[in-house]
Design a protein around this ligand. Structure first.
Ligand SMILES: [Zn+2]
Length: 465
């Protein structure tokens, strides 16, 4: 006996899309019927002429205010943005205060999530030079989806590995011993700090030479910020982490690849260690020229690069050289971003991206860069597979959780700031028209969002690998 049938939609899977009825009972997919007698249930949703995608699995996002802050994104704002954007499973990065570095913090995050999250969630743990073995073992036992290492930035001072090869080795060994996935945010701390020092000294010199002392230092400074985080920095971090993983056998996930060199490097190590990689939607969408125009809103790490790099990253997500796309939802508030107009160094890097994740990918479909099936593969199946959630998450297959997006290819949407639920309240996608809009989102068979509005309360569950 079925509870719900999604009838006659174009079911989008990795590699194929076909018209079928999806029968759901008890929150899971019970049958997918391509032909024969139509399925019946108390609720039948007519999806004829629409797309049915698996709910997006976002392997990289941040909820900076989940516990200590009252102004930053919390579970309510971030996960309702996710729900409206078709992201039904999130993996939460550990960088927020308090950082997810001990079993006690892990348990607290889980508790808050179980009360407040609108979507299913996984928790990523942070490991650092301060981490002890029992903390890794404890968080592994609690179901950490990954253990995050920050080689140059992102983990905040005191939690960064830096150039300490002993710590990199020790921590990757520990992660291997609990059979975990190590998430690597690469880069070279010494290269970045020296380049930043030189760049800022150059800015001061340019100011001094300005005869009236009034000229703005730079159009927006985003390009100059980017100089301090070159692709070389990314490559150095990738090579170090992969070299160590080749010794320890640790499964690595390389975060936020932004260049051709990085992708090539990862591939050179593919025989030596089990690796996966990701790219942010921002790097698939934008070029450095656009980031410059966004001003402080275009400041992210790694920086947005050239059109040639962007096009290459698109090709890599299309052919699978990069495994998955992620939002890296980093909702720096508008007020905090505005500080960056006068001085780019005064604002934090980061862009919101949860609510615009699916629209971003559909914008790439509109442009002909991706097919529908590429979206199902790179935004649902692959993240679920690499982090041990498949086939429960990331797939429209019998036995999977009934997490899905019904999208309407005949109903275009123009993205704007006012619909954004994140406390960042803006999107760098504003003004962009996307041909396909989200009609409705289901989480484990329950209608979660419809026509841009939430249809259910916070019913998200903690999910472990
Ligand atoms: Zn991030």
């Amino acid at each position: 006996m079925l509870d719900l049938v999604i009838k006659g939609g174009l079911v989008v899977q990795p590699g194929e899309a076909f018209i079928a009825d999806i029968g759901i009972a008890g929150g899971t997919i019970r049958t997918i019927r391509r032909s024969g007698d139509p399925l019946t249930a108390p609720t039948v949703v007519d999806a004829a002429g629409k797309y049915v995608f698996p709910g997006i699995v976002d392997a990289h996002m941040h909820i900076p205010g989940y516990f200590l802050s009252s102004r930053l994104d919390n579970f309510d704002s971030a996960t309702s943005a996710a729900a409206l954007g078709g992201v039904t499973t999130i993996m939460i990065m550990p960088t927020e205060d308090p950082r997810t570095v001990t079993p006690a913090y892990f348990a607290r995050k889980r508790r808050i999530g179980e009360q407040q999250s609108f979507v299913d969630f996984c928790i990523q743990a942070m490991v650092s030079p301060q981490t002890e073995r029992d903390e890794v073992e404890g968080m592994a036992a609690m179901g950490a989806i990954s253990f995050e290492l920050f080689l140059a930035y992102g983990g905040n001072p005191g939690f960064i590995i830096g150039n300490d090869d002993y710590e990199l080795f020790r921590l990757l060994q520990l992660v291997r011993e609990v059979n975990g996935v190590a998430g690597i945010t690469p880069h070279s701390g010494t290269l970045i700090s020296k380049l930043t020092e030189l760049e800022r000294a150059g800015e001061i010199a340019r100011r001094y030479k300005d005869p009236r002392g009034k000229a703005k230092v730079l159009p927006s400074g985003v390009r100059e910020f980017a100089i301090t985080r070159p692709t070389l920095s990314e490559g150095l971090g990738i090579a170090r982490a992969c070299t160590v993983a080749a010794e320890t056998g640790t499964r690595l996930h390389l975060r936020a690849l932004s260049s051709r060199h990085s992708v090539d490097l990862v591939h050179r190590f593919k025989d030596a260690a089990p690796l996966s990689s990701e790219v942010m939607t921002h790097h698939l969408l934008f070029t450095e020229g656009e980031a410059e125009v966004f001003g402080p809103y275009g400041k992210i790490v790694p920086p947005i690069r050239s059109k040639a790099e962007r096009d290459h990253l698109r090709a890599c997500i299309k052919d699978g050289r990069i495994d998955m796309a992620v939002s890296d939802h980093s909702p720096v508030l508008e007020d905090d971003k505005e500080d960056g107009w006068n001085d780019i160094w005064q604002t934090l890097p980061g862009m919101p991206g949860l609510q615009t994740f699916f629209p971003s990918m559909m914008a790439l479909v509109d442009e002909g860069a991706l097919d529908l099936t590429d979206v199902a593969r790179s935004c649902a199946e692959q993240p679920a597979k690499h982090f041990g959630l498949y086939p429960r998450k990331g797939a429209l297959v019998v036995g999977a959780d009934a997490d899905l997006i019904v999208a309407d290819p005949k109903k275009p949407v123009i993205l704007d700031n006012v619909s954004q639920r994140s406390r960042a309240r803006y999107t760098t996608m504003r003004g962009r028209k996307v041909r396909t809009s989200i009609d409705s989102v289901y989480l484990r068979g329950t209608l979660l969002a419809q026509n841009g509005k939430l249809a259910a309360g916070p019913g998200g569950r903690f999910v472990k690998p």
